[in-house]
Design a protein. Sequence first.
Length: 469
Amino acid sequence: MNVSTKVDVAFQRCIRQGCATTYAIDEVRVACGQCGELLDVVYDWDRATPPGQLSDFEQSWGRRFDPLALSGVWRFYSLLPFVPADKIVTVGEGQTVLQNSASVADYIGLTSGEAHLQYEGLNPSGSFKDNGMTAAFSHARSIGAKRAACASTGNTSASLAMYSSVTRLMKAIIFIGSGKISYGKLSQALDYGALTVQIAGDFDDAMQRVKEVTKKLGIYLVNSVNPFRLEGQKSVMYRVLEGLRWEVPDWIVVPGGNLGNSSAFGKAFIELKELGLIDRIPRLAVINAAGANTLYELVEKRGLSWNDGAPQTDIVDAYYTELDEQHKRASTIASAIEINRPVNLTKCLRALEFCNGVVREVSDQQILDAKAQVGAGGFGCEPASGASVAGAKLLLEEGVISPDERVVCILTGHVLKDPDATVAYHTSDQEKFDSVLGSRGVGDASFANRAVAVGNDLEEIVRVIEHHS
C-alpha cells in the first residue's frame, strides 16, 4: 500500500473540556497528566492524506498479497495513520463481513432484509479485540516496548497472548479475576504462552492492579483505556459501511462492557463526518446486561451526559460510592461485559451525544434467547453478543426502532468462546442447566435445541429422524 511512514500528522489530546492538553504520539500514556481524563488520538487532516471518498478503499481488494491490504484494519490506514507503516504488526485481523439474517430480523420484528450482523467472531483470536490489539501492539512496537499487559474477562487476554506468541516481539502478561473468565478464553491465553496472573477479585479489581503494575514496572498497557486500541476498533464501522456499499445504516447496536467499542464507533463517525465522507450519522444503542448495568443506570436513570465535554462527575462518584457501600459486584452470564466500572465511560458519553444514542439493559434470559436465535441462523456467538440482538428487539418493542429501519447488531465473539453457556442452554440435563445458568436467574431455554436420546437400534434411529424432519 502507498502509505506514509511519517507519524507527525498525529498526536494525543485530553478529551476534557477546558484542558485539551496535548502529547506526542510516541508518549505512552493512558490518561492526561494534568487532569487524569482519557486521551484521544487526533489527526492533522490537512497534513494527512484521507481518501476523497470511502469507495476509494475498494482499490485494496485486489492486493491480497500486501499484508496491510489483507488486514481489515490496516487497509483503512489513511483513517488511522498514527504509526509508521513499517512498524505495523498484523496477523490478517479484521477479515470479517456483514451478514444479513432473515431469522434475526423475524426475531427482532424488523422487515426482512433490515437486520445485519457484524460478525467479529471471525477474527484470528475469535473476537473483535484483534481490531484494537493490532493497533496497540503496533504502537507498542514503534516505541520499543518489550512487555505488554492487560486485565481481562477473556477476549483481551486471548488477543494479546496471540499477538505476542505469533510475533515474538513482546512478553504478554495477563491479569484475570478469580472465577471470572470462561475456559474457552482462558485456554487461549494459556496455550499461547502468556504469563497469567489470577488475583482474588473481579475484572474491576484486576483493572486497578494492572494499571498500578504497568506504571510501576514500565510495562505497556493494552486495555482499551489505551487510546490506540480504540483507533483499531474504529475499523469495525468502516467494514460495516463497506458491507452496505458505503451507505450509513439507521442503527448500530452494540453490547456495553468496558465501552471501548461504542467509544471507538462514535469517534469513527465523528471523524468521517468531519472529513465529509458521510452525510448523516447512525443512531447508537449500547446494551448492558442487567447484572452489569452501570451505563444504563447513570445515563437513563440519573441523567449523566457528555455535557459538551464536561460530564457530571459527581453523579458517577456517587454511584460508585453506592457500589462500594453495597459491596455490589457485576454478575451476568455474558462474562465479556461483566464490568461495573467501565474505563471508557466518558468517551462513550461523547459517542452517545454525537450519535443521538440510547442505553438499555437486558436480562441474562433475554441475552441467551437472542443468542440462540443468532445461532439458529448460522452465526454462533458468545453470550455478550446476544445482548445486541436482545437490545434491538427491546427497542423495537418500545417503538424506538421502527420495523423498516436498517439495523446493524455487533456480534463481538465466536460461539466457542463460552461453550459451557451454549451447551447448558440446549441441554436436557436440569442439573447442568441449573449449575451454569440457574444461578444467573435464567429460568428456561425457550429456543433450546436438545439432543434426542435413542437406543442403539437402526429402526428407532430412523423413526426419530423421520419424526423430526
